[in-house]
Design a protein around this ligand. Structure first.
Ligand SMILES: [Fe+2]
Ligand SMILES: [Fe+2]
Length: 326
């Protein structure tokens, strides 16, 4: 054995040990988040048996008449699919993947609050929405500019909670040297999805300096408020976001009604960024875009209401890129 081989031998052993340990950790993480990744096509394949067991946790949201029925199979739709695109404007982005039936079927829903943290979350969002609607003149006869201003501003806010929660759980995992139980990526996916809403609407209107200043101020206040609130009560924060997303579904449903009535974005094509991100038809209109955005918000509502009912050290029932609605 040469001198070089003598030197490299312990290194190879060390590398093999690290790779083995890493492989084991990867398998454990896959078990925890209840999915396995099929690397042949870079799309997540759901472990349905595990998911069905977890579905019993979220089935409490079903109406009374459905509670006697056995748990229904949970399809991996709607959700996100991982797609790697060589010309992606942002590499590694997950892309929403909805069926037309689901897109048309989304309706405003409301989770009846029962626990104190849910009442706190609901009351907070009701007050916040009333004030924002009052200050911005939200109503039945809004112009396209007013709609875009509202959407752009709110999406700059909506992208904050998932990132803050994901960051805090990431930091906690580092501090305590313990597993996260699969929450972080679901939370970061939500933040990324909201940021894509913002970048899409930004294609349709470029805000002025005053608007940008208000966005900076709002981010400074909201980031810190949510950061502190999440330290105090993560489940209250997730309930708050669940109810906020319910409001977003209502608002985008209102926008769709305006589009269908011919008062908003009549036959206007969707921006190219939306066609790429949501995988829309090349001739997609603003209606298809708003349908997709509304579906995203419905998924966020369901995910956050579900997370709010879990303890912080419980396993995230959502596979990466999935957000099933019961
Ligand atoms: Fe959004
Ligand atoms: Fe949202």
């Amino acid at each position: 054995m040469s001198l070089v081989q003598h030197i490299m031998r312990p290194c190879n052993f060390g590398i093999a040990t690290i790779l083995n340990a890493f492989g084991g950790a990867t398998r454990q993480v896959s078990d925890k988040v209840l999915h396995v990744i099929d690397y042949s096509n870079c799309a997540p394949a759901l472990d349905r048996a595990n998911l069905l067991r977890r579905f019993a946790t979220v089935a409490t949201e079903a109406p009374q008449s459905q509670k006697t029925l056995p748990p229904q199979p949970v399809a991996p739709q709607p959700g996100l699919k991982l797609r790697i695109s060589s010309d992606a404007f942002e590499s590694g982005l997950s892309h929403p993947n909805y069926s037309d039936v689901y897109l048309d079927g989304v309706r405003p829903t409301h989770l009846k609050p029962e626990k104190l943290y849910q009442h706190v979350g609901l009351r907070t969002i009701q007050v916040a929405r009333w004030m924002f609607d009052y200050l911005t003149g939200y109503g039945p006869d809004m112009t396209e500019v007013q709609w875009l201003q509202r959407m752009i501003f709110l999406e700059t806010v909506a992208g904050v909670p998932g990132m803050v929660a994901g960051m805090l759980r990431h930091l906690k995992s580092l501090r305590t040297m313990q597993r996260d139980q699969g929450w972080i990526h679901t939370l970061l996916e939500e933040a990324e999805n909201e940021r894509m809403h913002l970048l899409t609407f930004f294609e349709l209107r470029k805000p002025g300096p005053l608007f940008r200043a208000s966005v900076i101020a709002a981010q400074g206040v909201f980031f810190n408020a949510y950061f502190l609130a999440y330290l105090l009560s993560p489940r209250t924060c997730h309930a708050f976001i669940g109810f906020l997303e319910e409001e977003a579904v209502k608002t985008y449903t209102h926008a769709l009604e305006e589009i269908d009535a011919g008062r908003l974005w009549k036959d206007m094509p969707a921006p190219a960024i939306a066609v790429q991100y949501w995988g829309l038809q090349q001739d997609a209109t603003m209606r298809e875009l708003i349908l997709a955005v509304r579906a995203d918000e419905a998924c966020h509502a369901h995910v956050n209401h579900t997370l709010s009912k879990l303890k912080a050290d419980e396993v995230n029932p959502f596979a990466t890129g999935a957000s099933q609605l019961p």
